[in-house]
Design a protein around this ligand. Structure first.
Ligand code: PEP
Ligand code: MN
Length: 333
């Protein structure tokens, strides 16, 4: 159950009420919001005189549920990019899997500038499957990315891999990406909950939709209402492609949650030849964002080389997206 406490309730009282009802709580514009276990269907007696409004919920998908907030939550990226809400925008995020050098990231930024794309991605702290693979440039990469952000006026998105650098990423990024393997890291989720930056939460490839949205609840219930869900492929019996992009799951998320949805066909397919068609399918589905990996020279990429589009391939695909978006009343931004 979600309970909005009355305005005159202070933090100390909220702490006591949360303890008495086994609730978590956060503060919003001077008021406290308590979230009790979903099994509560009647307002606990202790809350009767202090409650402004309450919303019984039928599962632990609570703050993310359309039953609580029927409109899509609005996300503000940087100073002037908005998605979700009633914007009908599809944010196109692109850039390399990893930042590798100043030259590589500059070429990537120039592609975005040329096409009027606002949001550059590049990983600095890479959560690799093998300890012998390239692990990313770390802090050096993050500072390089921050400099490119400044020089080109782009918004940047980069991922957190573990608790050692979560504050640095929150400080420099316009969107903080929680990678699929970090979806279950509650330390990261809670830090993201305290951040005042939008969070892109990727679905773990073995997570059910319920588990995925519950991970988002950790961020929301710690007070950060700017959460986007990213479907990036789940593991199935199929091994001809890297993962299986769960578009049925996306339909579920759009129907039942109030969180903007971003689709990442690059990591799902894992091979560049499939990406343009898949991206068009994703646009046609009416999602709030797309994440597409591009690299000036994919062959020499230090991570995810097989799936990154080169810049010509990306340009060729890009010009086909706007008419599809327009046909369903959306705009690629
Ligand atoms: C990535 O975005 O480069 C990445 C590692 O994604 P995922 O966490 O989905 O594997
Ligand atoms: Mn990648």
């Amino acid at each position: 159950m979600i309970v909005h406490l009355k305005e005159n309730i202070n933090e100390m009282e909220a702490v006591k009420l949360a303890e008495a009802t086994r609730a978590v709580f956060y503060e919003k514009e001077g008021k406290y919001i308590l979230i009790t276990p979903s099994a509560d269907h009647e307002l606990p007696a202790v809350l009767e005189s202090v409650t402004e409004a309450f919303f019984p919920m039928d599962s632990d998908i609570q703050l993310a549920s359309k039953k609580y907030l029927s409109q899509l939550r609005e996300i503000q990226v940087g100073k002037n990019v908005k998605l979700g809400g009633d914007h009908n925008n599809t944010l196109l995020i692109t850039g390399p899997c990893s930042i590798e050098s100043r030259e590589q990231i500059t070429q990537s930024a120039e592609l975005l500038k040329d096409l009027n794309i606002t949001t550059l991605r590049a990983g600095c702290f890479k959560p690799r499957t093998s300890p012998y693979s390239f692990q990313g440039l770390g802090m050096e990469g993050l500072l390089m990315l921050a400099a490119v952000r400044e020089k080109y006026g782009l918004n940047i998105i980069t991922e957190v891999r573990d608790a050692t650098h979560v504050d640095a990423v929150i400080e420099h990024a316009d969107i903080v990406q929680v990678g699929s393997k970090a979806m279950y890291d509650h330390g990261i989720l809670k830090s993201c909950g305290k951040a005042r930056k939008p969070i892109l939460l990727k679905r773990h490839f073995g997570a059910t939709l319920q588990e995925f949205v519950q991970a988002a609840e950790f961020i929301l219930s710690a007070g950060n209402e700017q959460v986007m869900l990213c479907e990036r492929g789940i593991r199935t019996f199929e091994n001809k492609t890297r993962f299986s992009l769960d578009l049925c799951g996306v339909a579920y998320l759009k129907e039942h949650t109030n969180l903007p949805v971003v689709l990442d066909p690059s990591h799902a397919m894992g091979i560049a030849y499939g990406i343009p068609d898949l991206t068009r399918a994703c646009v046609a589905m009416g999602v709030d964002g797309l994440l597409i990996e591009t690299h000036p020279t994919p062959k020499v990429a230090k991570s995810d080389a097989a799936q990154q589009l080169n810049h010509d391939e990306f340009r060729e695909m890009y010009r086909t997206l706007e008419p599809i978006a327009k046909a369903i009343g959306r705009k690629i931004i």
